[in-house]
Write a protein that binds this ligand. Structure first.
Ligand code: ADP
Ligand code: MG
Ligand code: MG
Length: 883
């Protein structure tokens, strides 16, 4: 439904604020008209995005009143230009240009030189005294109109052009003379007739109607729909259509068309960059029919236009207060601006621009910070493909953990460890990964899986460790027994070298050169500003002294999550853990626990040594016990084998298998884990707390200071659980004679019930840390291990979800639980400390939400810490504009 009766706006009526209605192109062309003056921007008008929406809703029917308003606007344009559309002696020609709210480069259609026909082309030739130009314009129009408005294939059009070039014996279309262009146009018209069964339309108004429709139709085209899916642009926005007086870059050697960035679009250096082509119209610059020249050469070719362009680029930057990406045409020496928009920029250019903009006085620090896309900063923290390198994609999957990596293929974690021991670089390739594969992640340069998505185990662990990962590369068929992977009829064997880019999800056999990340001085500056401006604390999730060191390097202010089970999972100590779990007698269990305790103490001691003076949150054992013991299926196979071979280990193996079956739960994620385990077997948590206390006492004795200790209980649902755990902790602290040691006790908040009774829990806890991975899982009832495949993809496709709730917090649902718990928790205890330690802690959009929810800190993987620092500063600036 159209809400307003005004369907068409002249450029002189619009402004940049009207982007939703006029589209980005229309709004900015109008803005440029105002600030640069009407002589710099060809005049025209915009048919609104609402018209496109109405057109779609009415099954491709133009809304009532459109024709009239277009014809009135055209009348004003004709009066302004002093020419009539398609007039036989002195025709007005126009372009019809699409333009959505968000730029969708190259996805929507444009028609140039509209208004030409058999009569007006002759008129144009006469009045400009440039016959070649007139015919060049006409053949371009026939070409574009046929293709865009009537679906005549680009190949058949190209073939006609190629034929004429070959007959004329020339390579470039600029070398075709008038006669050739006439003949070519005739052939194109014949092609048009053949493909559509109609003559090429001579009536300029009919041409215009078709072109406007074609622009709206292009919104619904396959290309555009696919692009919107990928970039999460809603279908309902629609595109505007702009009708604009033509200016001509194809009038000879003093004319050109080009694109220009106000600064180097790759490096962000202050010198403008861009491309141009002499004697050409705009589409030639992007289509690659000729190789464009660097914008610096424009100075020599057209000095005054070059100078004007440089001045305008500065003026536009000053006006928009952001780096600009523009399109221009020079017609016989006069410069016209045809488009401007904020420039897309890679991370290094974004950071460079922000710092330069402040130094130049263009922006205040807080404004400069907001121009940075925090998500993209990832690229500055990992190896990347050298930009611009060409390579053949072997196959693609989900971009699960950023960065590029190369190595020989291995198929098991053990092989990865062995290879790394021999000094070989490897990539671990598995259908999916589990806890016991983690040692292989450490040893590998990167990880590839054929199943799972961004929330899969492989993706989470890889991101946590800063290892590049491509997950869910579904075309890879991995045969673990034969140690081969097949894709598209190719076989990959152990030892074959592959290269992956976890930022894009691509895998290649080509040895693409890789580039090391660089902490530039500009990036350091941006981080320094961020620390000045943010109010949220930023901590890291770190399990080992090594992680902790990395975290401090990246500027973490403490550890928000140390998973205490780390040293027992997938390490050589797993067998001790197994012995404890499998123990038959109290003595056996006690002995195993004692050994675990001393391992745990040494581990904490190393970590505490790195983290002196900073807070460290240690989460007591969280996973279900069966994760520490052998895989039931593998074990059953061993039992089979032992049975047939008459092996004497049989009895023991059978016994183990029984125990494994006892421990195995149907829904382990909702089973006996976290605090529930401690309610059943308090001795494990007792062992862990005493390890913490002893490690702290030893560090104090040896180094003078320990970290600020925060013991955290996972999976709490009931306030009584916290009470029980406080008693346990007090008991152990007493027993260790450490009642002077400062140690606070808090809980993970990761179950909906905990959010509802947060006041009751807060009365018994010193801090909350939101475990938003599990909270999302339990609040939505989505299994985080399974959601990555088909289902999530469909939910995204059908716009039920905009992003995965495991990447960006589901604000109205899970986010509401966070706000509720924060609110009632603080009601009960105003000094309650609040943090978040899920994957969301490193996601800029979620960080903005946590700022508003009033949390004290976020905690994320060490490699995301710099991103979180910038995002937290942006969130603080957004909350109190003006800094
Ligand atoms: P896209 O969104 O694909 O960039 P545009 O509508 O910007 O499409 O048109 C592509 C190119 O066509 C422009 O960069 C410009 O060179 C040329 N063009 C569009 N309108 C005009 C015009 N009125 N006069 C001259 N050239 C034009
Ligand atoms: Mg454009
Ligand atoms: Mg959890």
């Amino acid at each position: 439904m159209i809400s307003k009766s005004k369907l068409v706006y002249d450029f002189s009526e619009g402004s940049r604020e009207m982007r939703d209605l006029l589209g980005g192109k229309g709004a900015n062309v109008a803005e440029m008209t105002r600030i640069l003056g009407p002589e710099r921007v060809p005049a025209g008008f915009t048919i609104t995005t609402e018209v496109c929406v109405a057109y779609m809703e009415a099954d491709r029917q133009e809304p009532e009143g459109l024709e009239e308003q277009v014809s009135e606007a055209l009348g004003r344009l004709e009066a302004h230009a002093g020419r009539e559309l398609g007039h036989a002696r002195d025709p007005l020609l126009v372009s019809v240009r699409s333009g959505a709210r968000e730029s969708m480069p190259g996805m929507l259609d444009t028609v140039l030189n509209l208004g030409l026909n058999h009569e007006s082309v002759e008129g144009l030739a006469k009045i400009t005294k440039n016959e070649r130009f007139a015919w060049d314009s006409f053949r371009r129009f026939v070409q574009m109109f046929a293709n865009v408005c009537r679906g005549v294939s680009g190949e058949s059009i190209e073939a006609a052009i190629e034929r004429h070039k070959a007959e004329a014996g020339v390579e470039l279309d600029t070398e075709l003379d008038v006669d050739r262009l006439r003949a070519l146009t005739g052939d194109l018209e014949a092609l048009y007739r053949q493909k559509t069964g109609e003559d090429f339309p001579q009536d300029p108004y009919e041409q215009l109607r078709h072109a406007i429709r074609a622009v709206f139709d292009s919104w619904l085209g396959e290309r555009a729909v696919a692009y919107r899916r990928m970039n999460r642009i809603p279908d309902r926005w629609g595109t505007a259509a702009n009708v604009q007086q033509m200016v001509f870059g194809n009038k000879g050697d003093s004319s050109c068309s080009g694109v220009a960035f106000s600064r180097d679009e790759v490096t962000g250096e202050p010198e403008p960059s861009g491309d141009f082509l002499v004697n050409a119209q705009g589409e030639d610059v992007v289509s690659g029919v000729r190789t464009p020249r660097d914008i610096s050469e424009l100075r020599g070719a057209m000095p005054s236009a070059h100078q004007e362009l440089m001045d305008i680029l500065r003026a536009l930057e000053g006006h928009y207060r952001d780096m600009q990406d523009t399109e221009f045409t020079v017609e016989e020496g006069s410069l016209f601006m045809l488009q401007t928009r904020s420039a897309q920029r890679p991370a290094q250019a974004g950071v460079r621009f922000a710092v330069d903009a402040v130094n130049e006085g263009l922006l205040e620090k807080h404004e400069a910070l907001l121009t940075i896309d925090a998500d993209r900063l990832d690229a500055l923290l990992h190896d990347t493909f050298v930009p611009g390198t060409e390579f053949t994609i072997l196959t693609e999957g989900v971009a699960a953990s950023p960065g590029a990596a190369r190595g020989q293929i291995v198929f098991t974690a053990d092989d990865a460890v062995t290879a790394a021991g021999e000094g070989r670089q490897v990539v671990l390739v598995r259908p999916f990964t589990e806890a016991e594969d983690v040692k292989g992640f450490k040893a590998a340069q990167g990880i590839v899986t054929s199943r799972g998505g961004k929330a899969s185990h492989a993706a989470l662990v890889a991101r946590g460790m800063g290892k590049p990962c491509v997950a869910g590369a579904g075309a890879l068929e991995i045969d673990l027994n034969a140690k081969v992977a097949r894709v598209d009829g190719q076989e990959l064997h152990e030892g074959d070298v592959i290269t992956l880019d976890g930022s894009t999800g691509t895998i290649t056999l080509d040895e693409v050169p890789l580039e090391e990340p660089q902490m530039t001085p500009e990036f350091e500056t941006v981080l320094k500003w961020s620390d000045e401006m943010r109010t949220l604390g930023v901590r890291a999730n770190a399990d080992t002294a090594e992680d902790a060191t990395k975290a401090r390097e990246f500027g973490a202010e403490g550890i928000g999550l140390c998973r205490s089970e780390h040293i027992f999972l997938g390490t050589k100590h797993q067998s001790t853990m197994q012995a404890m779990i499998m123990a038959e007698t109290d003595e056996e269990r006690g002995a195993a626990l004692q050994e675990l305790g001393s391992l745990q103490k040494e581990h904490f001691k190393a970590l505490f040594g790195v983290m002196q003076g900073q807070p460290v949150t240690i989460r007591l054992l969280d996973p279900p016990l069966h994760e520490f013991i052998p895989n039931a299926e593998e074990l059953a196979q061993q039992v089979q084998r032992a049975r047939s071979e008459g092996n004497n280990d049989l009895a023991e193996l059978e016994h183990t298998l029984d125990r494994v079956h006892e421990l195995t739960e149907t829904n382990p994620m909702l089973g006996t884990r976290g605090v529930r385990l401690a309610v059943l077997h308090p001795d494990v948590y007792e062992m862990q707390v005493s390890a913490i206390v002893r490690a702290a006492l030893e560090v104090i004795e040896e180094l003078g200071e320990a970290p600020m200790l925060e013991v955290m209980i996972p999976l709490v649902a009931y306030e009584q659980e916290v009470e029980l755990m406080r008693e346990l902790v007090d008991r152990v602290v007493d027993r260790e004679g450490a009642s002077d040691l400062e140690l606070s006790l808090g809980t993970m908040i990761e179950l909906p019930r905990a959010c509802f009774v947060a006041d009751l829990i807060a009365q018994r806890a010193d801090f909350f840390s939101f475990g938003t991975n599990d909270l999302t899982q339990t609040a939505l009832g989505f299994s985080r291990d399974d959601v990555g495949g088909e289902m999530l993809a469909r939910y995204l496709d059908q716009d039920i979800l905009e992003r995965s709730p495991f990447e960006t917090i589901d604000k109205p649902g899970v986010g509401w639980l966070v706000r509720l718990a924060a609110w009632v928790g603080r009601e009960a205890k105003p000094e309650l400390k609040l943090g978040i330690c899920g994957e969301h802690g490193g996601d800029p959009e979620s960080i903005a939400f946590f700022q508003l929810a009033g949390l004290d800190y976020v905690s994320c993987s060490p490699y995301r810490v710099p991103i979180a620092r910038v995002a937290a500063a942006q969130a603080a600036v957004a909350e109190t504009p003006g800094g």
